[in-house]
Design a protein around this ligand. Structure first.
Ligand code: FAD
Length: 450
């Protein structure tokens, strides 16, 4: 398929991922029948993940705008239905200290304030709309994988608390063992708040249900295959089943972007595979073997990081970067590497069966920051993408900002400068996968030396 950087294996819209979330999401109560006619609306949204659904919910609920969402798979088919469920601060592709060096302290402070708001927005939406997303834990634990990494986390602690005014705590390795868990790779940790874990697909379907209840129309299995604009200024989105005509369009495809749909979006992102394995439920004795006693989601401090959490039914979720092609065999290798890594860091769990394995695409940009806005040369097109693997809060928040932008007819006040506007194009976009491979190689070497 033109306009895609990975193997077709990554874009099987007709098949759900064999994920733990799909197996435990329960039934959804909303109408998302495919588009099968020639219809029209005020705002059409391409992509039914958190960005698109949050925008649809806010447009319908807060502005009574006639909005429709076109989703290629089932609702929540993309990253929003298959992520790790970490609702935490983040969203950029560079380390905090480097972000300050790149953008300046004031801009980073402004950005982090929006990240705190974004976590709170998820919590508020769930409370307001009755979304049962299985909240778990109340902080994020960032575990140092080496003594040098712990020194970096200590500097981060100073930055977060003294300069950015955020809630953080630094914890020694011994204290980590007392409070959280023990493993072969633990040299202290940085604890940040607000943060918590959730069931990502339930949250996504909850957003969809709320959007639908407030009047948004959802169309699953409605992949946009052509996007044109007529002389009267109306957008025409064609799917295999029908066409949707709209005054405005929000492009919300993140890592699953089809670049050929609009030339303006070509070459601006590098999707990256992230993959997850989930064990069978661990017994109390097995948990005790690694002194596991926390509900908080956790990550390690590597540049090529791993993320992990114990789920409410005591299964262990372990995630990390995938291969660079997305083929079936690459996928199997990724799972093998994840299993090896899990066993290396938590050797007492070496014999535990893995019940679920799946993968998906996150999205990086050349500015290493999310990108949100309105096209300069067409003010009827809006976009939000590039959350660098941290979209539970970020994408939800971006969807709301886009809805306020459209609803009020002007840019939201205080949109952080570092995420505002279309991220720049990568130089020689055809070389993006080579950049990715090189980036992974360098990061791996740096991780090796702490
Ligand atoms: C394995 C994994 C683990 C992750 N873990 C975390 C985590 O723990 N915490 C966190 O904050 N973030 C995490 N992320 C990232 C997070 O899931 C994403 O940033 C977020 O879901 C992006 O939401 P979105 O709506 O922008 O994109 P998506 O949810 O990817 O939705 C985009 C949608 O666009 C649709 N689409 C594409 N092309 C078309 C078309 N032509 N027509 C119609 N529809 C189309 C796709 O089918 C897709 O469903 C993870 C991602 C992955 C893959």
């Amino acid at each position: 398929m033109p306009g895609r950087l990975f193997d077709d294996n990554m874009y099987r819209f007709e098949s759900p991922q064999p994920s733990y979330w799909e197996a435990t999401a329960g039934r959804s109560h909303f109408d998302d029948a495919p588009l099968d006619d020639h219809e029209s609306c005020d705002v059409a949204i391409i992509g039914g993940g958190y960005t698109g659904l949050s925008a649809a919910l806010h447009l319908a609920r807060d502005y009574h705008i006639d909005v429709r969402v076109l989703e290629a798979g089932h609702t929540g088919w993309g990253a929003s239905g298959r992520n790790g469920g970490f609702c935490c601060m983040g969203g950029t592709g560079v380390h905090r200290q480097d972000l300050v060096r790149m953008c300046g302290l004031d801009k980073v402070r402004e950005y982090y304030a929006s990240q705190v708001d974004a976590v709170e927005l998820v919590r508020d939406l769930a409370a307001d709309e009755g979304i049962e997303y299985q909240s778990y834990g109340s902080a994020e634990v960032e575990v140092a994988h080496s003594p040098k990494a712990f020194e970096r986390l200590q500097k981060d602690f100073e930055l977060l608390t003294n300069k950015l005014g955020l809630q953080a705590e630094i914890v020694s390795a011994d204290e980590c063992r007392e409070r959280y868990y023990d493993s072969t790779e633990l040299y202290g940790a940085l604890i940040t708040r607000p943060a918590f874990g959730l069931h990502p697909l339930r949250y996504c379907l909850g957003l969809a249900g709320a959007a639908n209840r407030h009047g948004a129309r959802l169309h699953s299995h409605s992949q946009v295959i052509e996007w044109s604009k007529a002389d009267d200024g109306q957008h025409r989105l064609s799917t295999t089943g029908g066409t949707l005509t709209a005054h405005k369009v929000i492009f919300a495809c993140n890592g699953f972007i089809q670049e050929q749909l609009r030339s303006e979006f070509f070459g601006r992102t590098i999707p990256v595979i992230s993959a997850i394995i989930v064990t069978r439920p661990l017994t109390e004795d097995e948990l005790a073997a690694h002194r596991w006693s926390t509900e908080h989601p956790a990550i390690n401090s590597r540049r090529i990081l791993n993320y992990f959490r114990v789920l409410p039914d005591n299964r262990f979720l372990f995630g990390g970067r995938g291969d660079v092609r997305g083929t079936h065999s690459g996928e199997q290798q990724t799972y093998m590497h994840l299993e090896q890594k899990l066993r290396q860091v938590w050797p007492h769990w070496g014999h535990i069966d893995i019940d679920y394995r799946w993968h998906g695409l996150i999205c990086m940009t050349a500015t290493m920051c999310p990108s949100i806005g309105q096209l300069d040369d067409d003010d009827s097109i809006f976009f939000g993408f590039g959350y660098h693997g941290n979209g539970v809060n970020s994408a939800t928040w971006v969807g709301k900002q886009l809805s306020d932008w459209i609803g009020k007819g002007r840019e939201p006040v205080g949109l952080p400068a570092i995420i505002r506007g279309l991220s720049r194009k990568y130089p020689f976009p055809a070389l993006r996968m080579s950049y990715l491979k090189f980036g992974i190689f360098v990061s791996r070497q740096l991780d090796r030396y702490g």
